[in-house]
Design a protein around this ligand. Structure first.
Ligand code: ATP
Ligand code: MG
Length: 230
């Protein structure tokens, strides 16, 4: 049976070190209610990606518990975990293959209709239709057929199709032109609706749409408030 998570993420007394004796997160507590959009900011090396990777269970804590809906991630069936928690990384990875195949990675048994609906939902459908072969266009063809902003939209469509309870996003740092920036922002807003999201935010516009902003320094949260508070 499929388990549908609500998306309540909790860190309780979590300690984490990549190597013994060099603690990155010292006794870390954090409660993220289901449905909340959290923007994570802070200087380089602060521990943002480490925190994100602990939520996606790329690593287990050295001490303490990371849980989803009250169940320790280590007690979840890997299949349930992968379905409930999806991480989208900076590089907006696209694989050799068609646009449709790249979106379908979010849900391998998706029909073409579902793929198109996911693309429409995040605002990617129009540009895809404008590509030389539409959804059949090979994204890996050299020559910049698919721009940085378009790659992000494709990865958003993939995540939308996967429909996880918890989305973790390491926002791309690459700068976009203004129209792409607006499209990506709109796509992101659609993608965030009705799920928990933790975004390592590089754009002010992303911080602005978050419910909550966490500022990290040296593995600790030094500020926790709404975008207006900060
Ligand atoms: P950035 O904004 O540069 O992405 P960050 O806030 O994401 O930084 P992390 O990548 O979480 O920071 O790194 C936190 C600390 O952990 C840093 O001191 C970093 O050197 C260290 N670190 C990160 N990944 C590893 C790893 N795989 N092995 C050992 N140390 C690591
Ligand atoms: Mg990082």
């Amino acid at each position: 049976d499929l388990w549908n998570a609500d998306g309540h993420v909790r860190f309780e007394a979590v300690e984490f070190a990549y190597t013994k004796g060099r603690v990155i997160l010292p006794r870390f507590d954090l409660d993220i209610p289901a449905g909340e959009t959290v923007a994570l900011v802070g200087s380089t090396g602060a521990g943002k990606s480490t925190l994100a990777k602990l939520i996606a269970r790329f690593y287990d804590p050295s001490d303490g518990v990371v849980s989803l809906d009250g169940v320790a991630l280590s007690d979840l069936h890997p299949k349930d975990l992968r379905r409930a928690i999806v991480m989208v990384t900076q590089e907006a990875y696209l694989f050799s293959g068609s646009v449709a195949d790249n979106i379908a990675l979010g849900k391998p048994d998706a029909s073409f209709d579902e793929i198109v609906r996911a693309a429409q939902a995040v605002g990617a459908h129009e540009f895809i239709e404008g590509l030389p072969n539409g959804y059949d266009t090979d994204v890996n063809k050299r020559g910049g057929r698919v721009s940085a902003g378009q790659r992000q939209l494709i990865s958003f469509a993939r995540a939308f199709l996967a429909n996880p309870a918890v989305l973790i996003l390491d926002e791309a740092t690459s700068s976009l032109d203004i129209p792409s920036e607006r499209l990506v922002q709109e796509g992101l807003t659609k993608l965030l609706a009705d799920r928990t999201a933790v975004i390592i935010a590089h754009r002010l516009s992303t911080v602005a749409i978050a419910d909550r902003v966490l500022v990290m320094e040296h593995g600790r949260i030094v500020e926790d408030g709404t975008p207006d508070d900060l």
